[in-house]
Design a protein around this ligand. Sequence first.
Ligand code: MRU
Length: 351
Amino acid sequence: MSASVDLGRLPRTVSVEQQDGRTVLRYIDQRLLPGELKEVVTADWLQIVDAIKVLGVRGAPAIGVAGAAACAVWAADPATSMDDFDDAMERIANARPTAVNLRWAVERACAAAREAGAIDAARQGDRAPLAQVLFQEAVAISREDEAANRAMGAYGAELIEPGSRMLTHCNAGSLATSFYGTALGVIYAAAEQGKIAHVYADETRPLGQGARLTSWELAQAGVPVTVICDNMSASLMAAGKVDAVVVGADRITRNGDTANKIGTYGVAVLAKHHGIPFYVAAPTSTVDLSLADGSLIPIEERSADEVLPQSIPGVRVWNPAFDVTPADLITAIITERGVFAPADLAAGLGE
Ligand code: MRU
């Protein structure tokens, strides 16, 4: 049985707006899902930085949009000073280290402002053009993100066989982007073509993005989903119940190595062992051609209480938020500019 899809029940995850003369970011606080669908509207750039750090806004493309929005909100705030501009932009770009989309978005917004002469104008006392350019750029990044996801979905759906049972890890869905999603965008597009029989969502320890977010969003969209604990995917594959794996990415290096949520690497090893195709879906804003391979990707380490809510005297915790899947475990990388074998990605993107 294949699924029909209704995306009308999915919220916009992040959106940059003008409200009562203020530049604001409107976002879904993802810490509260699936229990509560709460929208936060803020004109406080430090609140946006904090939301990124605590995973109120999460997912590589979504934190890129939020980062660009934070730049625009900063520029529109009369309480900020141009003396602090560089430090503030750096603080936003550094809110989380692994997903390159965040720094990419901040740098793109600042480059647009520089080219428009808006940074010079602001240093000479006229802040209005800076606020305007940064706002326009944040809106453009958000719109382009959704368009990229839809293009990726169309390319990715071509790889999916009718009747497929899919496995995904973490949440690379609409909630991780402006709208539609990357890995789940591929699933939505394939489901619209009647190709998806079922989706298995890894729970995704320690923060449960699969159990809380992927399951919720697929159910909202009407795609049949089953949650499994992370340690069950080997048995699921051995039982012949997975036809393809599709995941998102936080950073892809020149050789095709891919950082994504911790646990992705293990799923890729399992997929290889069982002869199951393993796809990565990500926009080109996730590709970092400045890094030769995945060993150079900074991996965020998060606090111990995410793993052990109650500390135990004498017990240490290691909590890396991401791991790197080597390119040779990846069947193909799906981008908005086409599908590439990992080894062909850099050349295919024209670099
Ligand atoms: O720590 P998170 O929840 O931000 O991690 C998110 C992921 O690892 C996603 O798979 C990745 O950002 C791709 S989102 C389209």
